[in-house]
Design a protein around this ligand. Structure first.
Ligand code: MSP
Length: 523
């Protein structure tokens, strides 16, 4: 068995109805950046994303377009995949909830809950919001009687449903959250969940009668009912972990071999439990209440952490199709390139907080890249090319800037581990800024003219090369294309890992003068 760290991280699976916009892109960039960071730190990573393809919302959207639901899902899953590949997302698994593999795992989970006496039949009376695919009680609705989340009209429903005894797990869940302060990040979201759990917790309806909804996974013991889409969707994380015996035929799948005492088998190669579910704050209850109680019911380990990030608005308005203000990441990247979009979204939103998209802020962030990182890269590479023909002798770490490399690395790791991605990026940018200050104070152009200044110049440029090598590694998770271009201008064999980067000596670099990393869009 290898001793490599293993990291399983997930995005939500996106509804196969809407086009990918900067909100979906943000979540996915965040996951991609953390995945790249962990890979670069030597971990084996399983990064999951995908599409949520069942439920009333999809069924209605397909009907409206005169298509079969599966045709719509095929089209949209392809669209998401294409968007992610254009935006530099390197996922390991793209799951679709219409896969046979997934249907088998949903049935196995439901059977398990059923066998443990945690499912019962009852009449459901209440309201349903198709847009959010959520049940609401009378007191949840707005004064106008609309959905409290999206403010759309809701449907009144009275029908036979199967219920999961979620209420039984309320106390255990509170204990879990209290015993694990970092389980939900950031803290205000954790408090929100605890506040929610202070109210009585109802049971969870887990099915819809087939007479009203056909597009779902039939319950294994009663095919006249289909699985509630959130139960179906949340289970994707388990399916893609490979924990539920994918090597056995569907009918023989179970949990006991895999989780004999509720924990993963020693030496097992599957990925459960997930290390991190990355989600938006809109779907916190489903992830921090429904999902863990379902897992408790099945006797499975809980995910290790949940990161609920904030909301992107446009100016001060919610993004919505009807307002026509949806920001399309593909359009945004046209003049500036993919990495400019990644940088803007990741750097502008404090992880966990909210942020507002404006073209002005986008430009400010682009200029930061161009004027600080881009400028540093181009002046240093051109000086090494011009004064030293692209190669330098080795020189020891000696300057204040050299000392900053270790300090930056420490604060970068700390911020990444605490999921404060924006802080990690800002510490990388601070180092680039400091390096520009170093260039100005050392004046290598003057050292180059001084007949006695040869060693000094080698030391100055050597420090700057070590800094650029480290910067390529620090920027790699967020802006992989540009980091690769920088590493290549230094003559390195790909972007070094963080550890390698710190050990790179100037004599191993073969520096070329480079084209601007972040050109002016009109140039
Ligand atoms: N299908 C469900 C998730 C099931 S996960 C088991 C769903 N899909 S969604 O297409 O609506 O995507 C929701 C996610 O997209 C949010 O949780 C968030 O991660 C992201 N965002 C969508 N709009 C957003 C903003 N305006 N701002 C930031 N992120 C947002 O819910």
């Amino acid at each position: 068995m290898s001793s490599k760290a293993r990291v399983y991280l997930t995005t939500p699976i996106y509804y196969a109805t809407g086009e990918p916009h900067i909100g979906h892109a943000y979540t996915t960039f965040l996951a991609d950046t953390l995945a790249r960071y962990h890979r670069q730190s030597g971990a084996e990573v399983h990064f999951l994303t995908g599409t949520d393809e069942h439920g009333q919302k999809i069924q209605e959207a397909a009907e409206k377009r005169g298509m079969e639901p599966i045709e719509l899902c095929d089209e949209m899953a392809a669209r998401f995949r294409e968007a992610w590949s254009e935006l530099g997302i390197r996922y390991d698994r793209f799951i679709r909830t219409t896969e046979d593999e997934h249907k088998a795992v949903v049935c196995a989970l439901l059977d398990r809950l059923h066998a443990r006496g945690l499912i019962y039949e009852d009449m459901y009376r209440g309201w349903y919001c198709v847009h959010e695919e959520r049940y609401w009680t009378e007191k949840d609705l707005t004064p106008e009687g609309h959905c409290p989340d999206c403010k759309r009209p809701v449907q009144e429903i009275e029908e036979k449903n199967y219920f999961f005894r979620m209420s039984r797990f309320r106390e255990e869940l509170i204990r879990h959250i209290e015993a694990n302060p970092g389980w939900i990040f950031p803290e205000n979201r954790r408090n929100e969940v605890l506040g929610f759990l202070r109210q009585p917790l109802g049971d969870l309806s887990i099915s819809r009668p087939r007479s009203r909804l056909q597009w779902g996974i039939p319950l294994p013991w009663d095919p006249e009912h289909v699985t509630y889409v959130w139960v179906d969707a949340l289970t994707n994380y388990l399916t893609a972990s490979g924990a539920i015996a994918p090597d056995r035929p569907p009918a023989e799948r179970g949990f006991d071999d895999d989780f004999p005492e509720g924990a993963a088998r020693e030496g097992s190669t599957h990925w459960w439990p997930a290390d991190l579910h990355i989600i938006g704050k809109d779907i916190l209850t489903t992830h921090a209440v429904y999902w863990p109680t379902l897992l408790m019911g099945a006797g499975l380990p809980l995910p290790r952490r949940i990161l609920a990030h904030g909301w992107w608005v446009v100016g001060d308005t919610k993004m919505s199709k009807s307002l026509g203000n949806v920001v399309d990441p593909m359009e945004l990247r046209e003049p500036f390139g993919t990495d400019a979009v990644r940088w803007y979204l990741l750097r502008e939103m404090p992880t966990g907080g909210d942020a507002s998209y404006t073209p002005e802020r986008f430009m400010t962030r682009y200029e930061e890249l161009a004027n600080i990182l881009g400028n540093l890269a181009s002046r240093v590479t051109s000086m090494v090319a011009r004064y030293r023909d692209g190669t330098l002798p080795d020189s020891a770490d000696a300057s204040a800037l050299d000392e900053s490399l270790d300090r930056t690395l420490d604060s970068y790791h700390k911020a990444m581990r605490e999921l404060k991605v924006h802080e990690a990026l800002s510490s990388a940018m601070d180092l680039a800024r400091e390096a520009n200050g170093f260039v100005e104070s050392r004046e290598p152009w003057a050292q180059a003219k001084d007949p006695e200044g040869g060693d000094e110049l080698d030391r100055t440029l050597g420090t700057l090369l070590r800094t650029l090598a480290l910067l390529s590694a620090l920027f790699q998770p967020a802006i992989p294309e540009k980091a690769a271009a920088l590493a290549s201008a230094l003559g390195l064999d790909g972007v070094p890992t963080l550890e390698e980067a710190r050990g790179i000596s100037p004599s191993t670099c073969r520096v070329r003068k480079m084209a601007p990393l972040f050109p002016k869009p009109d140039a």
